[in-house]
Design a protein around this ligand. Structure first.
Ligand code: ATP
Ligand code: PAU
Ligand code: K
Length: 256
């Protein structure tokens, strides 16, 4: 079985893929100091709790935090007896990205592109609501060809709180009104409706710049909240990055 690891700047997610479906998904905060043994103790305890009979033979990693790769490699070697495929380092992609020379595209964006192309074909914009909100553009042949990076929603709210003494910590929600009548409502309005505008503007401009119809695919925990307010996306894929990792793994297997 394949263990897919998506290490974001905020959260690290382990998903076990049996070749047809994901049997289990476990989430933990990303901490670059975590050792191979710590990962394994955490994973093994949850797997046992879920009575997961997972014989992991392969590991694939997307790490937006480069420092975690070393310990994940040690974990794969020590506990699963395998050498992991690391996206952006030793994993071949179904279609290589077309970006400026010397640019290192985030591995999560490359996985998103591979996963979305597999499910929807080409000419896509993927909107991923993580630590950052990323827009990934996928060409007709499945290549990642660029996009946009905006601050993430929780990051924007946190930045307000950090920088302004009178602004509290606030969680995102869809406000009833645009005109807030208290501090929290004002902050939620600014970030929520500001984001609706940001998403609409960037997807509209990408479509215009590329002068062709493009499907907009959303992923990440906060996507449904925005779709509720306005039809911004053509589809929502909960597990897009993970699905992309299985696609990249399969491609590498087929080349052996
Ligand atoms: N209504 C909500 N309010 C606040 N947070 C939410 C809400 N719904 C989902 N979330 C959070 O959104 C996050 C979605 O995770 P996702 O994997 O998309 O990105 P992330 O883990 O935050 O970022 P990264 O992948 O960059 O580490 C989860 O941490 C989840 O708890
Ligand atoms: C933009 C993030 C932080 C989103 O997780 C990640 O994809 C990343 O670190 N990217 C590197 C830069 C780039 O993708 O162009
Ligand atoms: K993510």
């Amino acid at each position: 079985m394949l263990l897919c690891i998506d290490c974001g700047n905020t959260n690290t997610v382990f998903s076990v893929w049996d070749g047809t479906r994901f049997l289990a998904t476990f989430r933990t905060a990303t901490e670059w100091q975590r050792t191979a043994d710590q990962y394994w103790v955490w994973f093994e305890a949850l797997a046992r709790h879920r009575k997961l009979d997972a014989d992991i033979t392969d590991v694939i990693v997307s790490a937006t935090v480069p420092r975690v790769v070393f310990n994940l490699r040690v974990m794969a070697d020590r506990y699963f007896g395998c050498r992991p495929l690391v996206v952006g380092r030793d994993a071949a992609l179904p279609t290589p990205p077309r970006v400026d020379e010397g640019t290192t595209v985030g591995p999560d964006r490359l996985a998103n592109a591979a996963g979305a192309y597999d499910r929807h074909g080409g000419d896509l914009v993927i909107v991923d609501f993580g630590t950052a909100t990323t827009f990934d553009v996928v060409d007709a042949d499945g290549a990642y060809v660029g996009g946009a990076i905006a601050p993430g929603i929780n990051l924007s709210l946190e930045a307000l709180h950090q920088a302004a003494a009178a602004l509290p910590h606030v969680d995102i929600t869809k406000p009833q009104r645009v005109v807030g009548t208290n501090t929290v409502a004002c902050m939620q309005s600014g970030v929520f409706w500001g984001y609706v505008g940001l998403i609409r503007e960037i997807t509209t401009r990408i479509r215009a710049e590329r002068a062709r119809p493009m499907k907009v695919i959303a992923t990440g925990g906060l996507a449904p909240l925005f779709q509720q307010a306005e039809p911004l996306f053509d589809a929502f894929e909960e597990d897009l990055t993970m699905h992309g990792l299985t696609v990249i793994h399969k491609h590498n297997e087929s080349m052996k």
